[in-house]
Design a protein around this ligand. Structure first.
Ligand code: MV4
Length: 451
């Protein structure tokens, strides 16, 4: 195991990684911006180095600043957390050139998965189900029209360099395709410096289901079942759960087997998440892969008993999956996570400022991952996630009852939070019945406005 690791992140995930290091006997180095001086990730690390002004581009995204801190502190490895530098293949390459282990997949694999269309073709070759669409990028409007005619409307245009919803357009007829093609191209070129597009058959209100994987550096791959992440608004997930009630044991088995084969061939390493859409008939289709630990990893930890962040550290230090995982992975009960955001529960506007009261729920089945505390301050420069409330029950009904109890005991004053929104969702019959897809939040909010 490493003697010393730098955590290149902030907030709850920085603390999550520091905790895993501490428990493995690894010395920790935090980096922080001027806005995060009084953060818990700074206080709980063995060493902390200020890497610049508050804006992420001046500090947490500043590669030379992070690498300098790693060299000054003389660490063997860097854990990037999620977001920030976690899926930046260039950063992973600089780590490699500086003789620092990047805790994640090799840069070549990160780059492959970042090119969404190449990732799609790689999955197709391995017989992972994908949606009908273009084979490769689309050169021009003419080619887009002939693919759309072949696949059938509606179709969705996606950016090759994209992900997370930017540069996407839905075309419902041939008449509107040219304008949408140019708009998607322009948006992608502007956002990613690459306007190349590909096309898929559009699935109306799909479910979003993702599989957790772990791969060691000896070529073994394991899947740790799936998470259901359909409760989201504008590509921001609000609630995640594991397992998905819609995934049958047979589908789970088949997808897992195919993914393991595919990711072995690709040379995947460390933790990753493979995203799928599920249509109304229950079919799963690959859409993209995330090459990092995810915000919602704790629900998988709850149902499998595997500490995914410790697994990342152990894999990166050369241990094999057979040493890390139990002999037989099984799903135990049901877990749900609420992302508690510092934002207005109806307007969704961010809410920065001074916390004046902070009571964290506990008790049987409850886990809270947060780096916030009473009298803490939410700076305005970063994302709005301030805590993750995770519950684990014998079944979904028990998990829901536990979540409703825990939400009622979670008190945060001084800023606006999404807690009351979560309470309303958990009181909703459709949510309780598991009757939802990615269109749920929009319908829920429309219903609430009418009421
Ligand atoms: C889709 C889709 C329907 N059909 N692709 C949105 C983000 C990006 N990761 C992929 N996304 C979608 N791709 C096809 N062929 C619908 C979405 C989508 C979505 C996907 C997952 C979770 C939430 C979503 C919300 C809106 C649209």
């Amino acid at each position: 195991m490493f003697k010393k690791v730098l955590v290149a992140n902030r907030g709850e995930i920085a603390l999550r990684v520091l905790n895993a290091c501490r428990e493995l006997g690894v010395r920790t180095v935090a980096v922080y911006s001027e806005a995060d001086r009084n953060s818990l990730h700074v206080r709980f690390a063995d060493e902390a180095i200020c890497i610049g002004p508050p804006r992420p581009t001046d500090s947490y995204l500043n590669v030379p600043a992070v690498i300098s801190a790693a060299e000054i502190a003389d660490v063997e490895a860097i854990h990037p957390g999620y977001g920030l530098l976690s899926e930046n293949a260039n950063f992973a390459e600089v780590c490699r050139a500086s003789n620092i282990k990047f805790i994640g997949p090799p840069p070549e694999v990160t780059r492959l998965m970042g090119e969404k269309e190449k990732a799609r073709q790689a999955m197709k070759r391995a017989k992972v189900p994908i949606l009908p669409g273009s084979d490769g990028v689309i050169a021009d409007v003419n080619e887009a029209e002939s693919w759309a005619a072949k696949v059938g409307y509606p179709v969705i245009l996606k950016a090759k360099a994209g992900g997370g919803g930017r540069g996407m357009r839905i075309a419902r007829s041939a008449e509107e395709l040219p304008n949408l093609f140019h708009a998607a191209h322009a948006e992608a070129a502007n956002a990613f410096g690459n306007g190349e597009l590909y096309m898929e058959k559009f699935i109306e209100n799909p479910r979003h289901i993702e599989f957790q994987v772990l791969a060691d550096e000896q070529g073994h791959v394991a899947t740790l079942f799936e998470r259901e992440c359909s409760i989201q608004r504008r590509h921001q997930k609000l609630i995640e759960e594991a397992p998905s009630l819609q995934v049958t044991p047979k589908m789970r088995e088949e997808i897992s087997r195919t993914l393991c084969r595919c990711l072995t061939d690709i040379g995947y390493q460390n933790a990753g998440t493979v995203e799928f859409l599920m249509d109304s008939t229950g079919q799963l289709y690959f859409i993209e892969m995330n090459t990092r630990i995810q915000v919602e990893h704790p629900v998988t930890e709850a149902i499998t008993g595997v500490d995914l962040v410790k697994a990342q550290l152990r894999i990166a230090s050369g241990e094999e999956l057979s040493e890390i995982l139990p002999p037989k992975l099984e799903i135990r009960g049901h877990a749900i996570e609420c992302r508690i955001n510092a934002e207005h529960p109806r307007k969704f506007t961010p809410s920065a400022g001074q916390i004046t009261a902070f009571n964290v729920p506990g008790g049987h089945g409850v886990r809270v991952d947060t780096a916030q505390y009473a009298e803490g301050v939410i700076p305005p420069y970063y994302d709005s996630l301030i805590a993750k409330l995770i519950v684990h029950g014998a079944d979904r009904a028990e998990a829901i009852a536990c979540m409703r109890r825990a939400l009622s005991q979670f008190v945060i004053r001084g800023i606006e939070t999404s807690i009351s929104l979560h309470e309303e969702i958990f009181a909703d019959e459709e949510f309780q019945a598991g009757q939802f897809d990615t269109g749920y939040m929009e319908r829920f909010l429309a219903r609430r406005t009418e009421a």
